[in-house]
Write a protein that binds this ligand. Structure first.
Ligand code: URA
Length: 168
């Protein structure tokens, strides 16, 4: 994605297609992500897409704590280099990790999705927004409307992030 992106997404881990191509979100969940982005007037080359875990967990199992610990130094460096104004966590794994900096605790991602958490991350102000993983809407189509609702929150936050401190 763009190294100058104001908006960064953090997914879970590469799936099969991502593993084969070396690019994030190129499978079915990625197509849905593209269409959610288009819905708020953005294309993929205007955003940066990362994953919390950088390798494919065998058999698509959930990432283990030690895998998250091994990979997050890379993710943190990505956040430092890009310096996004808004970070959207796709699903509970990336939400749990990123919100542990605040700290925010939750049992289910549905409890906190669409909430904007202002934070200081690596010395820079950033708005953190957890939402569902797009794959959830592939299994339960009703979740698409939930994702669309959260993407409107993202759109609003990005518009606000363009303001100077004085305008705020
Ligand atoms: N799901 C993810 O969380 N990340 C990807 O890159 C692809 C699917």
């Amino acid at each position: 994605g763009s190294l100058h992106a104001d908006l960064m997404f953090i997914g879970e881990a590469p799936g099969k297609q991502e593993d084969l191509t070396g690019r994030p979100f190129v499978g079915r969940a990625g197509k849905l992500l593209d269409s959610l982005l288009a819905g708020i007037g953005l294309s993929r080359d205007e955003v940066f897409i990362a994953n919390i875990v950088k390798h494919r967990p065998p058999g698509n199992r959930d990432p283990r704590d030690e895998e998250v610990r091994a990979c997050t130094p890379y993710l943190e460096e990505q956040i430092r280099l890009i310096g996004p104004k808004v970070i959207v966590m796709l699903g509970r794994h990336s939400s749990r990790y990123i919100l542990s900096f605040l700290p925010v605790e939750f049992d289910r991602i549905t409890e906190i999705r669409g909430t904007v958490y202002p934070a200081l991350l690596f010395g820079r102000p950033v708005r953190l927004i957890p939402t569902l993983h797009p794959a959830a809407a592939l299994y339960s189509p009703a979740y698409r409307a939930t994702l669309e609702e959260d993407f409107r929150v993202i759109e609003r936050e990005l518009a606000g992030a363009g303001k100077t401190a004085r305008e705020d």
